[in-house]
Design a protein around this ligand. Structure first.
Ligand code: BMA
Length: 319
């Protein structure tokens, strides 16, 4: 089924992963990071919340990225409060980026500490063994993803600190992945009645296109009935990603199906991962549905860019 604007097509088999498929009793399976492996298979690093309320990251692997999921027998990244007290209340919402220079994937995730959510980084080649780098952005911060290569000798990371503006997307730089600085505001939330007023955050890692970096971000509309989590688009300059070229006026993907509207937290679609291919124009986003299960939806990158050109107003670009 397609959304009204026809940009994203949900897979008819949605939700593709639910808690009922897990080898242990768990409460919910949602907000997965995604990677396409060299053999063409897809790995989802799923956030799995147990019945205490604590989340870990658990790998599910599939040849076609849609069905036939092989779920690992145990989590691959679980809270380690002895060595990492910042993970006392769980690890959540991973974003995955392949770093060619290191020959490993960077996994940025929320470390839920007693002082609030922080951004942590771990490196892996196979989603079985992980090297924890540790906290790279202190609380309160989340929704982070690296860019896949250095620019001007520095790594760049988008993330979402909570500031006086509400929750806004920032960009920061590092010479070594450990030390981060040069923090700049990239995209603020809108105000008032907008679908993305007060609280936004990066959804999936940035998507490289010939027109610039395509950004999917979530916007949260606070209503009397609760929060509505929807997804919108922006385009960043390819050489200088702190320049916002376009920002879509309307959301492009929002909760519509029953599995997105009802669950532990209803009216939430929350993509954390994408894969591309086999044609380079074909995008698949993997998203948490109502903080309960996992769905997949497909879009054409060229159509997303075309939509953005015609649905962006100059005054919605902050700088
Ligand atoms: C956000 C994050 C997500 C969650 C969403 C909806 O703030 O915590 O993990 O899916 O809220 O509850």
């Amino acid at each position: 089924m397609t959304d009204d604007n026809q940009l994203f097509q949900r897979h008819p088999g949605n939700p593709i992963l639910t808690a009922a498929q897990w080898p242990h009793t768990v409460n919910a399976v949602f907000n997965p990071g995604a990677a396409r492996m060299p053999d063409g298979s897809t790995v989802l690093l799923c956030r799995v919340e147990d019945r205490r309320g604590i989340s870990c990251l658990w790998a599910a692997r599939s040849d076609d990225g849609v069905a036939g999921w092989r779920i690992d027998p145990a989590p691959v990244l679980f809270p380690d409060p002895q060595n990492h007290p910042e993970e006392t209340w769980g690890v959540e919402d991973p974003r995955i980026v392949w770093l060619e220079e290191l020959g490993r994937y960077a996994v940025t995730y929320t470390a839920y500490s007693e002082t609030g959510p922080a951004v942590s980084l771990a490196l892996t080649a196979d989603f079985r063994e992980f090297e924890r780098v540790g906290v790279v952005m202190p609380p309160e911060d989340k929704n982070a993803a690296l860019l896949p290569r250095r620019a001007g000798g520095r790594w760049q990371m988008l993330h979402r600190p909570h500031t006086g503006l509400g929750a806004a997307i920032w960009i920061s730089e590092s010479p070594d992945l450990f030390h981060w600085g040069q923090h700049r505001l990239l995209l603020p939330p809108r105000r008032g009645a907008w679908w993305d007023a007060n609280k936004i955050g990066l959804s999936t890692p940035l998507i490289e296109t010939d027109r610039g970096w395509l950004m999917l971000y979530h916007g949260v509309r606070m209503t009397a009935a609760g929060c509505l989590y929807r997804v919108g688009l922006a385009l960043l300059d390819s050489a200088d990603p702190d320049r916002v070229l376009l920002r879509g006026d309307e959301w492009v993907f929002g909760p519509r199906e029953s599995y997105e509207r009802q669950g532990d937290v209803g009216d939430v679609v929350f993509p954390c991962g994408y894969t591309r291919g086999p044609e380079p124009d074909l995008l698949r986003i993997y998203y948490g549905a109502a903080d309960t299960s996992i769905g997949v939806a497909a879009a054409r990158i060229s159509e997303l860019l075309g939509w953005l050109e015609s649905h962006s107003s100059a005054d919605s670009v902050p700088c």
